[in-house]
Design a protein around this ligand. Structure first.
Ligand code: ATP
Ligand code: MG
Length: 310
């Protein structure tokens, strides 16, 4: 088992296609990518100078777990997932193997729709702010009198945003605006799949003590079959708000299993929005703890056990 924290990855034998805030994508061939999740962590869209040990592994194995859960719950769901290891044709040095181990998914390379498919089951964050100001969430009218973190009456809603380039901020948009960006036909399918995935996942997580307040999916197009495919990471503490169900109470902010601890520390110390921030040890450890706990509740296995199996 490796204890190294990986924030930068270069592979001598594979060209890097893209460098996201957290992931590095390498081209295996025209149709396949090596999708490597580093231990980098971002908050308020800015990457911290240091990483969180095992975060890449947690996100990788949790995403793989969800792909399996969701594929069972939603029989017509297609995902980009091909496997957890690079194909034998990919030659990696021993050092590179150590770095990509536990952090890698082999995925189908797809054309990504430029919208973030956000689904909200609870009223919080930027959704709550808009509701307080205008009574709407992404332009969708909600009943009056809802409190911070209330469950959205009538079920989860689809609240897309634009997908900004690296360094820019996503913008909340209405489902109608999303349809203008991706086209009516694909927009409908994305919305349908996003809601199905959220509802299946929310039920699964609730039985395991976690409320998924909201989450963000991304979808791609398989141009050979014209199918909308679930891509990227799914239902991780990076892409979702996870709340401990036993401590949930509407009308106030919730404790969470995600980056809230880091965000609160940044705000408290006046470092919110600053580049190159080095997290102190206690913030790194507390964040790692929360990610690990969410992983264990959702997969039923400790991270060390899963690392040992792979
Ligand atoms: P975020 O979207 O989480 O705010 P980011 O866009 O900077 O951050 P990362 O999550 O670090 O990105 O990297 C993942 C990138 O890979 C995203 O741009 C995502 O759209 C893209 N991606 C995910 N799955 C695929 C796929 N199957 N084919 C091509 N690109 C993909
Ligand atoms: Mg991303």
């Amino acid at each position: 088992m490796t204890s190294l924290t990986v924030t930068d990855i270069e592979l001598t034998s594979l060209p890097k296609l893209a460098h996201g805030k957290v992931r590095d994508l390498f081209t295996v061939d025209d149709a396949t990518l090596l999708f490597v999740t580093t231990d980098r962590i971002s908050a308020y869209d800015i990457i911290m100078a240091n990483g969180v040990p095992f975060k890449g592994a947690i996100l990788t194995y949790l995403t793989a777990h969800w792909f399996s859960v969701l594929s069972k719950a939603i029989p017509d769901l297609k995902t980009h997932f091909l496997g957890l290891t690079p194909p034998p044709s990919v030659r990696l040095t021993a050092g590179e193997q150590a770095v990509v181990r536990h952090r890698t998914m082999l995925v189908r390379k797809l054309k990504i729709f430029p919208v973030e498919a956000i689904v909200r089951g609870y009223l919080t964050g930027s959704g709550y702010k808009e509701y307080v100001a205008k009574g709407t969430v992404h332009g969708i009218k909600l009943p009056a009198g809802l409190k911070n973190c209330d469950k959205i009456p009538g079920g989860a809603i689809y609240t897309p945003s634009t997908k900004a380039e690296l360094g820019a901020h996503d913008e909340n948009i209405s489902p109608e605006q999303a349809a203008k960006i991706v086209g009516e036909k694909y927009a409908k399918r994305i919305e349908e799949l996003a809601l199905k995935c959220y509802n299946a996942a929310a039920e699964y997580a609730r039985e395991r003590g976690i409320i998924i307040a909201d989450t963000k999916f991304e979808f791609g197009l398989d141009e050979s079959t014209d199918e909308v495919v679930l891509v990227d990471e799914v239902l991780t503490p990076d892409s979702s708000r996870f709340w401990p169900a036993d401590k949930y109470e509407a009308g106030r902010e919730q404790e969470s299993f995600d980056k809230q601890f880091l965000r609160d520390w940044l705000t408290r110390s006046g470092l919110k929005g600053k580049e190159g921030v080095e997290m102190p040890d206690d913030v790194v450890q507390a964040t790692a703890e929360r990610y690990r706990e969410a992983f264990k509740l959702l997969t039923g296995k400790g991270l060390d056990e899963v690392l040992g199996e792979n």
